[in-house]
Design a protein around this ligand. Structure first.
Ligand code: SAM
Length: 310
Protein backbone atom coordinates (compact mmCIF):
# COMPACT_ATOMS: atom_id res chain seq x y z
CA UNK A 1 0.00 0.00 0.00
CA UNK A 2 1.22 3.58 -0.28
CA UNK A 3 1.47 3.50 3.52
CA UNK A 4 4.10 0.81 3.00
CA UNK A 5 2.36 -1.01 5.79
CA UNK A 6 4.24 -4.25 5.70
CA UNK A 7 7.58 -2.47 5.99
CA UNK A 8 6.89 0.05 8.74
CA UNK A 9 8.56 -0.25 12.12
CA UNK A 10 6.18 -1.28 14.90
CA UNK A 11 6.61 2.03 16.72
CA UNK A 12 5.39 3.91 13.65
CA UNK A 13 2.14 2.00 13.54
CA UNK A 14 0.20 4.34 15.83
CA UNK A 15 0.96 7.27 13.54
CA UNK A 16 0.14 5.19 10.51
CA UNK A 17 -3.20 4.13 11.95
CA UNK A 18 -3.92 7.75 12.80
CA UNK A 19 -3.35 8.59 9.14
CA UNK A 20 -5.56 5.79 7.89
CA UNK A 21 -8.45 6.88 10.05
CA UNK A 22 -8.00 10.55 9.18
CA UNK A 23 -8.39 9.67 5.57
CA UNK A 24 -11.48 7.55 6.17
CA UNK A 25 -13.17 9.59 8.96
CA UNK A 26 -15.65 11.44 6.79
CA UNK A 27 -16.80 8.36 4.91
CA UNK A 28 -16.41 5.98 7.84
CA UNK A 29 -20.08 5.31 8.63
CA UNK A 30 -21.06 4.93 5.00
CA UNK A 31 -18.23 2.45 4.46
CA UNK A 32 -19.17 0.46 7.56
CA UNK A 33 -22.65 0.01 6.19
CA UNK A 34 -21.45 -0.80 2.70
CA UNK A 35 -18.81 -3.33 3.76
CA UNK A 36 -20.93 -5.19 6.27
CA UNK A 37 -24.28 -4.73 4.48
CA UNK A 38 -25.43 -2.92 7.61
CA UNK A 39 -24.79 -5.93 9.83
CA UNK A 40 -22.27 -4.05 12.00
CA UNK A 41 -25.28 -2.23 13.50
CA UNK A 42 -26.77 -5.54 14.68
CA UNK A 43 -23.42 -6.68 16.09
CA UNK A 44 -23.08 -3.41 18.03
CA UNK A 45 -26.68 -3.62 19.29
CA UNK A 46 -26.05 -7.15 20.50
CA UNK A 47 -22.69 -6.26 22.06
CA UNK A 48 -24.25 -3.51 24.16
CA UNK A 49 -27.48 -5.28 25.06
CA UNK A 50 -25.46 -8.27 26.30
CA UNK A 51 -23.50 -5.91 28.59
CA UNK A 52 -26.80 -4.43 29.81
CA UNK A 53 -25.18 -1.20 31.11
CA UNK A 54 -27.09 0.70 33.77
CA UNK A 55 -26.95 2.19 37.24
CA UNK A 56 -24.95 5.37 36.81
CA UNK A 57 -21.74 3.54 35.99
CA UNK A 58 -18.64 5.10 34.45
CA UNK A 59 -17.77 3.73 31.03
CA UNK A 60 -14.85 4.29 28.72
CA UNK A 61 -15.32 3.51 25.04
CA UNK A 62 -11.82 3.19 23.68
CA UNK A 63 -11.18 3.66 19.96
CA UNK A 64 -14.69 5.06 20.14
CA UNK A 65 -14.46 6.75 16.75
CA UNK A 66 -17.75 8.20 15.69
CA UNK A 67 -19.53 7.13 18.88
CA UNK A 68 -21.55 4.09 17.79
CA UNK A 69 -20.96 2.16 21.02
CA UNK A 70 -21.24 5.15 23.35
CA UNK A 71 -24.58 6.13 21.85
CA UNK A 72 -25.89 2.61 22.26
CA UNK A 73 -24.73 2.45 25.89
CA UNK A 74 -26.48 5.73 26.69
CA UNK A 75 -29.63 4.72 24.78
CA UNK A 76 -29.75 1.30 26.42
CA UNK A 77 -29.53 2.68 29.97
CA UNK A 78 -32.09 5.39 29.25
CA UNK A 79 -34.68 3.36 27.38
CA UNK A 80 -34.46 0.18 29.46
CA UNK A 81 -33.78 1.66 32.92
CA UNK A 82 -34.64 5.38 32.62
CA UNK A 83 -31.00 5.88 33.64
CA UNK A 84 -29.57 9.30 32.82
CA UNK A 85 -26.72 8.99 35.33
CA UNK A 86 -24.57 6.61 33.32
CA UNK A 87 -21.49 8.29 31.88
CA UNK A 88 -19.46 7.47 28.78
CA UNK A 89 -16.13 8.91 27.73
CA UNK A 90 -15.33 8.34 24.08
CA UNK A 91 -11.58 8.05 23.68
CA UNK A 92 -9.79 7.87 20.35
CA UNK A 93 -6.31 8.49 19.02
CA UNK A 94 -7.65 10.38 16.05
CA UNK A 95 -9.11 13.87 16.41
CA UNK A 96 -10.94 13.69 13.07
CA UNK A 97 -12.81 10.55 14.11
CA UNK A 98 -13.73 12.21 17.42
CA UNK A 99 -14.86 15.37 15.65
CA UNK A 100 -17.05 13.28 13.36
CA UNK A 101 -18.43 11.71 16.57
CA UNK A 102 -19.04 15.10 18.13
CA UNK A 103 -21.01 16.20 15.07
CA UNK A 104 -23.23 13.12 15.35
CA UNK A 105 -23.64 13.36 19.09
CA UNK A 106 -24.60 17.03 18.73
CA UNK A 107 -27.84 15.71 17.24
CA UNK A 108 -28.68 13.68 20.36
CA UNK A 109 -30.08 14.51 23.79
CA UNK A 110 -26.74 13.58 25.39
CA UNK A 111 -24.88 16.47 23.83
CA UNK A 112 -23.56 19.04 26.28
CA UNK A 113 -24.71 16.99 29.28
CA UNK A 114 -22.54 15.48 32.00
CA UNK A 115 -23.33 12.04 30.52
CA UNK A 116 -20.86 12.29 27.67
CA UNK A 117 -17.30 13.41 27.12
CA UNK A 118 -14.68 13.07 24.42
CA UNK A 119 -10.99 12.76 24.79
CA UNK A 120 -7.93 12.15 22.73
CA UNK A 121 -5.82 9.28 23.90
CA UNK A 122 -3.90 6.17 23.01
CA UNK A 123 -5.36 2.83 24.10
CA UNK A 124 -1.82 1.62 24.74
CA UNK A 125 -1.15 4.31 27.32
CA UNK A 126 -4.13 5.80 29.14
CA UNK A 127 -1.57 6.70 31.78
CA UNK A 128 -0.83 8.17 35.11
CA UNK A 129 -2.45 9.22 38.23
CA UNK A 130 -4.86 12.12 37.79
CA UNK A 131 -8.42 10.92 38.29
CA UNK A 132 -10.78 11.42 35.36
CA UNK A 133 -12.95 14.45 35.95
CA UNK A 134 -15.91 13.03 34.15
CA UNK A 135 -18.71 15.51 34.65
CA UNK A 136 -16.59 18.62 34.32
CA UNK A 137 -13.89 17.84 31.86
CA UNK A 138 -15.42 19.75 28.97
CA UNK A 139 -16.98 22.56 30.95
CA UNK A 140 -14.08 24.97 31.45
CA UNK A 141 -13.50 25.54 27.76
CA UNK A 142 -16.84 24.69 26.17
CA UNK A 143 -19.35 27.47 25.61
CA UNK A 144 -21.95 27.55 28.39
CA UNK A 145 -24.78 26.62 26.04
CA UNK A 146 -23.80 25.04 22.82
CA UNK A 147 -26.67 25.23 20.35
CA UNK A 148 -27.55 22.02 18.54
CA UNK A 149 -25.95 21.82 15.09
CA UNK A 150 -23.34 24.27 16.27
CA UNK A 151 -20.19 24.21 14.21
CA UNK A 152 -18.34 25.09 17.45
CA UNK A 153 -17.16 21.83 18.93
CA UNK A 154 -15.71 21.51 22.41
CA UNK A 155 -11.96 21.03 22.65
CA UNK A 156 -10.58 17.53 22.80
CA UNK A 157 -8.65 17.16 26.02
CA UNK A 158 -6.05 14.51 26.79
CA UNK A 159 -6.64 13.50 30.39
CA UNK A 160 -4.75 10.68 32.08
CA UNK A 161 -7.03 7.97 33.37
CA UNK A 162 -6.51 6.81 36.93
CA UNK A 163 -6.11 3.26 38.20
CA UNK A 164 -9.31 1.50 39.37
CA UNK A 165 -11.57 4.30 38.16
CA UNK A 166 -14.02 2.73 35.67
CA UNK A 167 -16.85 0.21 35.73
CA UNK A 168 -16.95 -0.70 32.05
CA UNK A 169 -14.30 -0.61 29.34
CA UNK A 170 -15.44 -1.22 25.77
CA UNK A 171 -13.41 -1.39 22.59
CA UNK A 172 -15.13 -2.15 19.29
CA UNK A 173 -13.26 -2.73 16.05
CA UNK A 174 -10.31 -0.83 17.50
CA UNK A 175 -7.91 -3.19 19.20
CA UNK A 176 -6.68 -4.84 16.01
CA UNK A 177 -5.29 -1.46 14.96
CA UNK A 178 -3.11 -1.24 18.05
CA UNK A 179 0.53 -2.25 17.86
CA UNK A 180 0.78 -3.77 21.32
CA UNK A 181 -2.44 -5.57 22.14
CA UNK A 182 -0.94 -6.77 25.41
CA UNK A 183 -0.36 -3.15 26.48
CA UNK A 184 -3.93 -2.22 25.59
CA UNK A 185 -5.19 -5.08 27.74
CA UNK A 186 -2.84 -4.18 30.60
CA UNK A 187 -4.13 -0.60 30.49
CA UNK A 188 -7.74 -1.78 30.41
CA UNK A 189 -7.03 -3.89 33.48
CA UNK A 190 -5.33 -0.99 35.24
CA UNK A 191 -8.13 1.55 34.75
CA UNK A 192 -11.01 -0.78 35.65
CA UNK A 193 -12.21 -1.02 39.23
CA UNK A 194 -12.27 -4.45 40.83
CA UNK A 195 -15.54 -5.88 39.53
CA UNK A 196 -15.18 -3.82 36.33
CA UNK A 197 -15.93 -5.40 32.98
CA UNK A 198 -13.76 -5.49 29.87
CA UNK A 199 -15.67 -6.04 26.63
CA UNK A 200 -14.25 -6.23 23.14
CA UNK A 201 -16.00 -6.48 19.77
CA UNK A 202 -13.71 -7.29 16.89
CA UNK A 203 -13.50 -9.18 13.63
CA UNK A 204 -12.89 -12.84 14.36
CA UNK A 205 -11.96 -15.91 12.39
CA UNK A 206 -14.82 -17.51 10.48
CA UNK A 207 -15.64 -20.98 11.71
CA UNK A 208 -17.31 -22.52 8.63
CA UNK A 209 -14.65 -23.54 6.05
CA UNK A 210 -16.88 -22.79 3.01
CA UNK A 211 -17.92 -19.41 4.32
CA UNK A 212 -14.33 -18.70 5.30
CA UNK A 213 -13.19 -18.97 1.66
CA UNK A 214 -16.02 -16.76 0.38
CA UNK A 215 -15.33 -14.22 3.12
CA UNK A 216 -11.62 -14.09 2.27
CA UNK A 217 -12.42 -13.49 -1.40
CA UNK A 218 -14.89 -10.77 -0.41
CA UNK A 219 -12.41 -9.12 1.97
CA UNK A 220 -9.42 -9.07 -0.33
CA UNK A 221 -11.23 -8.27 -3.58
CA UNK A 222 -14.46 -6.45 -2.81
CA UNK A 223 -13.63 -4.30 0.23
CA UNK A 224 -10.63 -2.43 -1.28
CA UNK A 225 -12.69 -1.81 -4.44
CA UNK A 226 -15.60 -0.50 -2.37
CA UNK A 227 -13.10 1.77 -0.60
CA UNK A 228 -11.96 3.05 -3.98
CA UNK A 229 -15.47 3.64 -5.28
CA UNK A 230 -17.17 5.06 -2.17
CA UNK A 231 -14.29 6.78 -0.37
CA UNK A 232 -11.73 7.22 -3.17
CA UNK A 233 -9.23 5.40 -0.98
CA UNK A 234 -8.30 1.84 -1.85
CA UNK A 235 -5.15 1.64 0.27
CA UNK A 236 -6.77 2.45 3.61
CA UNK A 237 -9.30 -0.31 3.10
CA UNK A 238 -6.62 -2.72 1.95
CA UNK A 239 -4.90 -1.99 5.27
CA UNK A 240 -8.13 -2.64 7.19
CA UNK A 241 -8.50 -6.04 5.52
CA UNK A 242 -4.92 -6.97 6.33
CA UNK A 243 -5.35 -5.92 9.95
CA UNK A 244 -8.34 -8.29 10.25
CA UNK A 245 -6.25 -11.12 8.83
CA UNK A 246 -3.43 -10.56 11.33
CA UNK A 247 -5.66 -10.39 14.43
CA UNK A 248 -5.43 -13.40 16.81
CA UNK A 249 -7.99 -16.19 16.77
CA UNK A 250 -10.84 -16.12 19.29
CA UNK A 251 -9.11 -18.44 21.81
CA UNK A 252 -5.75 -16.69 21.31
CA UNK A 253 -7.33 -13.35 22.21
CA UNK A 254 -9.07 -14.92 25.22
CA UNK A 255 -5.65 -16.12 26.44
CA UNK A 256 -4.23 -12.63 26.01
CA UNK A 257 -7.06 -11.30 28.20
CA UNK A 258 -6.23 -13.95 30.77
CA UNK A 259 -2.55 -13.00 30.67
CA UNK A 260 -3.51 -9.39 31.38
CA UNK A 261 -5.22 -10.57 34.56
CA UNK A 262 -8.87 -10.79 33.49
CA UNK A 263 -11.10 -13.63 34.57
CA UNK A 264 -12.83 -14.80 31.42
CA UNK A 265 -16.60 -14.89 31.06
CA UNK A 266 -17.76 -18.39 31.94
CA UNK A 267 -14.79 -19.15 34.21
CA UNK A 268 -15.79 -20.18 37.75
CA UNK A 269 -14.54 -16.87 39.21
CA UNK A 270 -16.34 -14.69 36.63
CA UNK A 271 -19.54 -16.76 36.86
CA UNK A 272 -19.64 -16.10 40.59
CA UNK A 273 -19.98 -12.41 39.66
CA UNK A 274 -22.68 -13.11 37.09
CA UNK A 275 -20.37 -12.98 34.06
CA UNK A 276 -21.49 -16.22 32.50
CA UNK A 277 -20.23 -18.09 29.46
CA UNK A 278 -20.89 -16.34 26.16
CA UNK A 279 -21.12 -19.74 24.52
CA UNK A 280 -18.16 -19.66 22.12
CA UNK A 281 -16.93 -22.92 20.71
CA UNK A 282 -13.69 -24.34 19.45
CA UNK A 283 -12.77 -27.73 18.09
CA UNK A 284 -9.34 -27.60 19.78
CA UNK A 285 -9.55 -29.47 23.07
CA UNK A 286 -6.70 -27.44 24.54
CA UNK A 287 -8.76 -24.25 24.13
CA UNK A 288 -11.98 -25.52 25.58
CA UNK A 289 -11.32 -24.03 29.01
CA UNK A 290 -11.48 -20.51 27.51
CA UNK A 291 -14.35 -20.89 25.06
CA UNK A 292 -16.94 -19.24 27.32
CA UNK A 293 -15.03 -15.98 26.92
CA UNK A 294 -16.39 -15.14 23.48
CA UNK A 295 -19.47 -15.30 21.31
CA UNK A 296 -19.23 -15.58 17.55
CA UNK A 297 -21.48 -13.26 15.58
CA UNK A 298 -22.39 -14.20 12.01
CA UNK A 299 -20.24 -17.37 12.11
CA UNK A 300 -17.29 -15.56 13.65
CA UNK A 301 -17.01 -12.73 11.09
CA UNK A 302 -17.18 -10.70 14.29
CA UNK A 303 -16.73 -11.92 17.86
CA UNK A 304 -17.25 -10.39 21.26
CA UNK A 305 -15.25 -11.21 24.37
CA UNK A 306 -15.88 -10.36 28.01
CA UNK A 307 -13.78 -10.56 31.11
CA UNK A 308 -13.89 -9.21 34.64
CA UNK A 309 -11.21 -7.69 36.83
CA UNK A 310 -11.39 -9.10 40.33
N1 SAM B 1 -15.49 1.87 17.83
C1 SAM B 1 -15.94 2.52 16.61
C2 SAM B 1 -16.93 1.64 15.90
O1 SAM B 1 -17.09 0.51 16.29
O2 SAM B 1 -17.55 2.11 14.94
C3 SAM B 1 -14.76 2.91 15.71
C4 SAM B 1 -13.95 1.77 15.16
S1 SAM B 1 -12.77 2.28 13.96
C5 SAM B 1 -12.70 0.88 12.87
C6 SAM B 1 -11.26 2.15 14.78
C7 SAM B 1 -10.91 3.36 15.62
O3 SAM B 1 -9.77 3.04 16.41
C8 SAM B 1 -10.54 4.61 14.83
O4 SAM B 1 -11.38 5.67 15.24
C9 SAM B 1 -9.08 4.86 15.20
O5 SAM B 1 -8.73 6.21 15.22
C10 SAM B 1 -9.02 4.22 16.58
N2 SAM B 1 -7.70 3.83 17.05
C11 SAM B 1 -6.74 3.17 16.37
N3 SAM B 1 -5.66 2.97 17.15
C12 SAM B 1 -5.94 3.52 18.36
C13 SAM B 1 -5.22 3.62 19.58
N4 SAM B 1 -3.98 3.14 19.71
N5 SAM B 1 -5.82 4.23 20.62
C14 SAM B 1 -7.07 4.73 20.50
N6 SAM B 1 -7.80 4.66 19.37
C15 SAM B 1 -7.24 4.06 18.31
Amino acid sequence: THFGFRDVAEEDKAGLVGGVFSSVASSYDLMNDAMSLGIHRLWKDHFVSKLDPRGGIKCLDVAGGTGDIARRILDHARTKYSDRQIHVTILDINAKMLQAGQKQMAQTMYWNTPQLSFQLGNAENLATSRPPDFGDQLKPKAPAKLPRNSPVMPPLPTIPIADNSLDLYTIAFGIRNCTHIDQVLAEAHRVLKPGGIFACLEFGKVSLPVLSDIYRQYSFNVIPSLGQILAGDRDSYQYLVESIERFPTQPQFARMMQNAGFHLAGSPEASRWGINSLGGSTSRTEDQDVQGAWEDLTFGIASMWQGIKL
